[in-house]
Design a protein around this ligand. Structure first.
Ligand code: SAM
Length: 298
């Protein structure tokens, strides 16, 4: 089988990884949960946007890795390469690799889940999605943006800190974003701030992007403060960042709730995705209304 010549020869894997994702040569095929040396293949389509590509990945042995240290190997252009999950620049360079790792193999449910939560709360408030002008923070290659378009929002503008994310969004979902800014939200230049303020956002989404050396509290607060009062805030965050002592997000969010800046309409714990060993990783999806400016505590 092809993989016997693949991951086993990759020096960093002490045990041959399990191949778990890829596109069958004949097109999309069923996910099978074959253990050990068997190849397990899965379709690379996600939501309404199918990514037509041909990548395979192999996960490391089943030992639990900290979420921040997770990696796999990917078979791309005829060679196996190691990919750390937080090396988004390298992942986005390969069309379909992000979807293959996080959606097809690790079954990430977050964009659809957060969209569903937002949809329900808007309906409960008697509002229409078509009134929302959304800033999608940590937009990546546009999976959440696609959910928002499918929901029927008036406009969605993406923001991400790496140019590779914008390039991938333009390649993979060119019709989703009405604008896409490569910026550091915690340190906006004056002209960037003016351009973003001109959008008069009525909502912020931030999915699978808070914590873990990704978006820090200062950047989240910067994006939050670009939304008008009464605007909708929909985001997800890992259990331990929301509730853990010493977490900057925990302090920021709990203080905002106490002070009334964040009027929480729903807070649901759910399975965000699988870890590489198959354990569930739980996040909270929060939908709230903005009632003032967020201040990051010293
Ligand atoms: C896991 S991806 C999520 C992408 C998309 N929201 C989704 O649900 O598919 C996390 C994204 O956050 C971006 N990111 C990390 N740190 C950031 C920061 N400080 N400001 C803006 N984006 C950041 C990464 O570049 C990456 O595109």
């Amino acid at each position: 089988m092809e993989w016997r010549d693949g991951p086993a020869t990759v020096g960093f894997a002490p045990v041959a990884p399990r191949i778990v994702g890829g596109l069958c040569a004949d097109g999309p095929c069923q996910v099978a949960s074959e253990e050990g040396n068997g190849a397990i293949r899965t379709t690379l389509s996600h939501g309404s946007t199918a990514i037509d590509t041909d990548v395979e990945i192999a996960l490391p042995p089943k030992d639990r890795l900290e979420q921040d240290d997770e990696w796999c190997v990917a078979h791309v252009d005829g060679e196996w390469r190691q990919v750390r999950f937080h090396d988004y620049d390298r992942i986005f360079e390969v069309e379909g690799l992000y979807e293959c790792i996080f959606y097809d193999v690790l079954r990430c449910a977050s964009p659809a889940f957060v969209r569903g939560e937002l949809e329900r709360e808007l309906a409960g408030a008697g509002l229409r999605a078509s009134d929302l002008r959304v800033l999608d923070l940590g937009a990546g290659n546009g999976i959440m943006g696609q959910e928002l378009v499918d929901l029927g929002v008036a406009s969605v503008v993406g923001a991400d800190i790496i140019p590779e994310a914008r390039d991938a969004a333009m390649r993979d979902r060119p019709d989703v974003y009405d604008g896409y800014h490569v910026v550091d939200m915690s340190d906006l230049a004056d002209d960037e701030r003016r351009q973003l303020a001109d959008e008069r956002f009525t909502a912020l989404t931030c999915v699978a992007a808070l914590g873990f050396g990704d978006i820090p509290p200062e950047a989240f607060a910067g994006a939050f403060n670009l939304v008008g009062d009464g605007g909708w805030i929909a985001f997800n965050i890992k259990d331990e960042f929301l509730n853990g002592e010493g977490s900057g997000f925990s302090r920021l969010i709990h203080r905002a709730i106490e002070e009334g800046t964040l009027e929480v309409r729903s807070n649901e714990r759910y399975r965000h995705r699988d870890a590489t060993n198959g354990d569930p990783i739980h996040y909270h999806a929060i939908v709230a209304v903005k009632r003032g400016e967020l201040q990051v505590a010293d």
